[in-house]
Design a protein. Structure first.
Length: 141
């Protein structure tokens, strides 16, 4: 089952520039930064500097390569919201439930996501145009 909004992912061309913009404009700061080679991204998870730490996060996603998911998204759509991510308790179970409803999951088995999480995605053509990410948090989240 889906428990809460985990994060909203935003594609950006330059992570350092975006981090400075979010900090100076909205007071959102990185609680975690990571390079994920498999996903082709450098990413940062942002939380309000003085806010509720249990809040849904903003994830900034910058491409490592032009042919990555984020590289292609930036080419096609420009910077902006790329994904909506939900926290789940059991990613295999939720994936199976969604497959049973006829939705296409992008991976047969979960892959490695931010901070030791396990992730999968639902194809945006099966969700009314939103790339949905399922996140089973790792210990560090
Ligand atoms: C593509 N489409 C989207 C979309 N990306 N619609 C909404 N949101 C998106 N993000 C649309 C296109 O406009 C096109 O529509 C149709 O989907 C098929 O496009 P495509 O040519 O197949 O597009 P591709 O090759 O860019 O692939 C899209 C796909 C890809 C979603 C399969 O981006 C993917 O595998 N994403 C999952 C991995 C990912 O996003 N990694 C980066 C975040 P029309 O109408 O023109 O046919 S990594 C991450 O998030 C990790 C670190 C974490 O959180 O822990």
């Amino acid at each position: 089952a889906i428990r809460r909004i985990d994060h909203v992912g935003i594609a950006v061309p330059d992570l350092d520039e975006a981090l400075a913009f979010y900090r100076d404009t909205f007071g959102l700061v990185a609680e975690h930064e990571e390079v994920n080679e498999e996903q082709g991204v450098r990413e940062a998870m942002l939380v309000p500097a003085d806010g509720d730490p249990s809040t849904g996060r903003v994830q900034l996603l910058a491409p490592l390569r032009a042919d990555s998911a984020i590289g292609k998204f930036l080419d096609r759509s420009g910077p902006g919201i790329q994904q909506m991510a939900y926290t789940v308790d059991d990613i295999e179970k939720t994936s199976e439930e969604l497959r049973a409803k006829g939705l296409r999951l992008l991976y047969d088995a979960p892959r490695r996501g931010t901070a030791g999480s396990r992730i999968n995605f639902v194809h945006p053509k099966d969700t009314g145009g939103v790339l949905v990410e399922l996140v089973e948090p790792g210990g560090a989240h």
